[in-house]
Design a binder for this molecule. Structure first.
Ligand SMILES: NC(=O)c1ccc[n+]([C@@H]2O[C@H](COP(=O)([O-])OP(=O)(O)OC[C@H]3O[C@@H](n4cnc5c(N)ncnc54)[C@H](OP(=O)(O)O)[C@@H]3O)[C@@H](O)[C@H]2O)c1
Length: 246
């Protein structure tokens, strides 16, 4: 029986992961903000025969409330085998440039809230001496691009935090996985014009996440070809890069 904590459980990528986990015996503690959607996600997992699905409504920008949520999650599940952190927003970069409050709120949604969660989770997982922390970052964190550098900055912070945390928790048997998706067809990207050839489904990404957890991978690009795309993007000389609008 796998005990799974999903933070940002309403995310399309997270629900695809949960459905794959539900094919084996599993117990879930789901955390999300939109309660109506959360109950639908929970009902779907129960209908698949899952023995325990508990929900907890929380706006993850409410950082002081993380502790009581985690206390409830750990007391419900006992041991946490996998914790997936999946919440996030795709900020309007132009709005972030005009309004510092918008910029900081978006930085909190995508960066600070994840770091706050991981700081508390790390200590609990360190005590357990087992389990996986799987964290959804993004290819956007690999380089600050003019079209979305607020989001990219937050994701870069998450990726770097995970790298340090991985080296700390490795010594006590806890696995930290950094997940860097490219373009995924989810509510987050609805309305954007994205190249069809590069657009993955949440199911595809969930399969990659599952495999990476099983194989104890440190970090993945999903789909895999984003490792090549980002290798190219990271290596564009600054003189040329600053002339682009990507
Ligand atoms: N889609 C892509 O192309 C793509 C690419 C790279 C990385 N990612 C990352 O993948 C992760 C999952 O995103 P997705 O593509 O699955 O998009 P999604 O379906 O839109 O899910 C994002 C979820 O984040 C939750 N959320 C946002 N702010 C929150 C807050 N303050 N408190 C609680 N929940 C909050 C929303 O929850 P509610 O529904 O409860 O409001 C929403 O369900 C995110 O970290 C995203 O940055 C996505």
């Amino acid at each position: 029986m796998k005990n799974i904590l999903i933070i940002g459980a309403n995310s399309a990528i997270a629900t695809a992961c949960a459905r794959q986990w539900a094919t084996e015996p599993a117990r879930f503690f789901l955390v999300a903000r939109n309660t109506e959607k959360l109950e639908q996600v929970a009902a779907d997992l129960r209908a698949r025969g899952t023995s325990l699905v508990q929900t907890h409504a929380l706006d993850l920008n409410d950082l002081p409330s993380h502790e009581s949520m985690l206390a409830e999650a750990f007391s419900t599940l006992g041991r946490v085998d996998v914790c997936l952190i999946a919440h996030g927003t795709l900020p309007d970069q132009a709005a972030c440039q005009q309004d510092v409050d918008v910029a900081l709120r978006e930085f909190s949604s995508n960066g600070l809230s994840v770091i706050a969660l991981l700081t508390r989770l790390a200590n609990r997982m360190e005590e357990q001496r087992t389990g996986t922390l799987a964290v959804i970052s993004s290819v956007a964190g690999d380089r600050g691009r003019p079209s979305n550098y607020l989001y990219g900055t937050a994701k870069a912070a998450v990726s770097t935090f995970c790298e340090g945390l991985r080296a700390r928790l490795f010594k006590v048997g806890v696995h930290v996985l950094t997940i860097k998706p490219g373009f995924v067809d989810t509510p987050m990207t609805q309305g954007l014009t994205l190249p069809k050839l590069l657009l993955a489904t949440p199911d595809q990404v969930a399969r990659d996440i599952n495999r990476a957890i099983e194989k104890h991978r440190d970090s993945i690009y999903t789909p895999w070809f984003w490792s090549l795309i980002m290798l190219l993007i990271r290596n564009i000389p600054t003189g040329l890069f600053k002339k682009t609008n990507i």
